[in-house]
Design a protein around this ligand. Structure first.
Ligand SMILES: [Zn+2]
Length: 251
């Protein structure tokens, strides 16, 4: 038996047999240690990322998308019911399914490697050996601590090592890593690492400027602040190159 078979089968069975009471499946949730909970809360509020890789379960892609949508729909319905919403209302009845599809097919589709953009690099036949900057790439992500939007711009740059990629691929790489629960620091590094691989060069820079709705719409409720993160690599660590890049961002 695979290690996680039990979990998936319990997820799959729940709600299809047994009672349909909205609290079904939630009773066991209160057993976490107080201390562990407190620590996790603090980590979340401080917006700390623990690694450059998105923490994924080893069996993350054993379920197909349709099954995931079905399970999330069921869980989201429960959340809405627990909140006291009447799902027989026409306006609400389709929401659980809509949210489930949006999670799997849109805003969290970047979790699944099958959605990773295929980036083919070409020989730089025109001999362009200067910096290439693509700025103001709009992205929408979700804060992994609160599941509310992070909205912002990414600016990426590289100096060709002899290989180039189509410009839209730079956008697609940004979108892929944005479409998952994220912390901005990790997302910035993930995009930089992917660009380094795709372009076969260390000379890559990524700057991200974003509004975090978990900071704006709740908690500290600061609607004014921006979060800026950067990943400078290779020649971009040198002052001259970094300055040139930052000048282009002002244009
Ligand atoms: Zn947050």
């Amino acid at each position: 038996m695979k290690p996680n078979e039990t979990l998936w089968s319990s997820l799959l069975n729940e709600g299809h047999n047994g009672s349909n009471h909205p609290m079904n499946g939630f009773q066991g949730g209160g057993q976490d240690h107080q201390g562990k909970h407190g620590q996790a809360d603090e980590l979340g509020e401080a917006h700390v990322a623990t690694s450059v890789d998105t923490p994924l379960r080893p069996d993350a892609f054993e379920l197909d998308d349709d099954t995931k949508i079905e399970l999330i729909e069921d869980r989201f319905k429960q959340i809405m019911e627990i909140l006291g919403l009447d799902l027989s209302d026409d306006s609400l009845s389709g929401t659980p399914r809509r949210v489930a599809k949006m999670y799997v097919k849109e805003i969290f589709s970047g979790l699944d490697p099958k959605n990773k953009p295929a980036v083919r690099s070409f020989e730089n036949s025109y001999g362009y050996d200067q910096m290439l900057v693509e700025k103001d790439i709009t992205f929408y992500s979700q804060c992994e601590h609160h599941f509310v939007p992070i909205i912002g711009f990414a600016h990426v740059a590289y100096i060709s090592s002899g290989r180039v990629v189509g410009l839209s691929k730079l956008n697609r790489i940004v979108q892929y890593y944005a479409r998952r629960p994220q912390v901005q620091e990790r997302m910035t590094r993930q995009i930089a690492e992917e660009l380094k691989k795709s372009l076969n060069t260390e000379d890559v820079a990524v700057v991200m400027v974003a509004d975090h709705l978990c900071v704006a719409s709740r908690g500290i409720q600061d609607t004014n602040s921006k979060t800026i993160t950067a990943a400078y690599n290779g020649k971009f660590l040198e002052e001259k190159t970094k300055t040139e890049f930052l000048k282009y961002l002002e244009l």
